[in-house]
Write a protein that binds this ligand. Structure first.
Ligand SMILES: Nc1ncnc2c1ncn2[C@@H]1O[C@H](COP(=O)(O)OP(=O)(O)OP(=O)(O)O)[C@@H](O)[C@H]1O
Length: 358
């Protein structure tokens, strides 16, 4: 399995930027998700990696081999990269076995070795009993597993997956996520998984690259994105909660700084000395009748085991968890503690029209 490297990769379509200065390394054997809203450049990055298109600038490497950039271009078939599409792209007139055997056939693998490797790939994807079926006789999840088996059978240097579960219903998506995880654990494949579903990205990936407008905003482990988002976009796009302006008080408490958030002194973790915003996750909010900060319940949803409350506090929408149901319009008290603070002055001007505190 190979390491994938991107240095200052840009792509323009008719002068419009689809990717801007992508710098990233995907380690050998790593499962990385590309997460972002529609049009942020996820599929373009995947297509450049596969060799279906060429970058306008920058360099893409597979281990030490430059596959695109500086006048070099390695054709897709020579990159030995497996791809799984949302649409499965199976041969409709070939059986499951023949579909999976196809990449070995075109590589000239002898028949006996071919049979053994197809059997192994079918076993790995739970399809041993389905070898003789035609694609039309399979469910969506089973078809996607055939596509996965077909791409693993030739032992690719990396596997790229473009929204592979987008066509499946919710229950099947959950069970297919387990198939992908298990597949990754067993094969140790380098995997790049495109999705706009944050739940899927956080559940599956070792690291997630959060993209917006052709740029990677943050590339980190799911728990880091959740606890320590780099900016307003990541804080708002990943996980639940609120992003609120904050002001330095000049005080500290232990390792933490104390910020003015919604008129209250709140303890914040941070890597910057000049924070402009805080990310307030639901766990940072404690509801209590005696708390100074007052809010009004604007929504209450049962999540199973607990309720999710949307709260209006001084015009900001916050999210809290509660063990009891709350009535819409009810007043509650809350305290906020242990939030994450970051510096994002651009967003402050754009979103709230307030001056930067930096
Ligand atoms: N062949 C093309 N010609 C012109 N513009 C393109 C082409 N392919 C992509 N784009 C543009 O590049 C930008 C990035 O598109 P891309 O498909 O990579 O986004 P995405 O994040 O995968 O979106 P989605 O989640 O909707 O699939 C978009 O603005 C898109 O319109």
């Amino acid at each position: 399995m190979a390491e994938l490297g991107f240095s200052n990769v840009s792509k323009q379509f008719d002068g419009a930027p689809a990717l801007q200065g992508i710098d990233a390394t995907i380690r050998s054997g790593e499962f990385v998700a590309l997460l972002g809203p529609s049009g942020c450049g996820k599929t373009t990055l995947l297509r450049l990696t596969a060799g279906f298109d060429q970058p306008t600038a920058g360099e893409i490497r597979l281990d030490d081999q430059v596959v695109a950039g500086h006048g070099r271009f390695v054709a897709p078939e020579a990159r030995e990269i497996g791809i799984v599409f949302q649409s499965y792209a199976l041969w409709p007139h070939k059986s499951v076995f023949a579909n999976v055997a196809y990449p070995l056939e075109v590589r000239g693998v002898p028949r006996a070795a071919r049979r053994a490797r197809v059997a192994e790939a079918l076993a790995l994807t739970g399809l041993t009993a389905y070898g003789d079926r035609m694609p039309a006789q399979l469910s969506g999840g089973q078809r996607q597993r055939v596509a996965l088996a077909r791409c693993l059978v030739f032992e690719p240097r990396a596997v790229l997956l473009d929204e592979p579960l987008a066509n499946l219903d919710l229950a099947l998506r959950a069970s297919m996520q387990e198939v992908f995880s298990m597949f990754h654990r067993r094969t140790g494949a380098t995997m790049v998984y495109v999705t706009h579903d944050q739940g899927e990205a956080l559940a599956l990936a070792d690291r997630v690259a959060v993209m917006e407008s052709g740029k990677i905003r943050q590339f980190a482990a799911p728990e880091v994105l959740y606890r320590e988002p780099a900016d307003c976009f990541v804080a708002g796009f990943v996980g639940d909660g609120a992003v609120v302006s904050a002001r330095l008080t000049g005080k500290t408490r232990g390792e933490c700084m104390v910020l003015d958030v919604l008129g209250q002194e709140v303890r914040a973790r941070s890597r910057t000395a000049t924070p402009t915003h805080v990310s307030i996750r639901p766990e940072a909010i404690t509801l209590s009748d005696s708390a100074m900060l007052r809010a009004r319940v604007t929504n209450c949803t049962y999540l199973g085991g607990r309720f999710r409350l949307s709260l209006d506090a001084a015009g900001e929408t916050l999210v809290a968890f509660s063990s009891c149901r709350a009535a819409i319009g009810e007043g509650v008290g809350m305290s906020i503690d242990d939030v994450w603070a970051f510096h994002d002055p651009d967003h402050e001007v754009r979103v709230t029209g307030m001056p930067s505190y930096a």
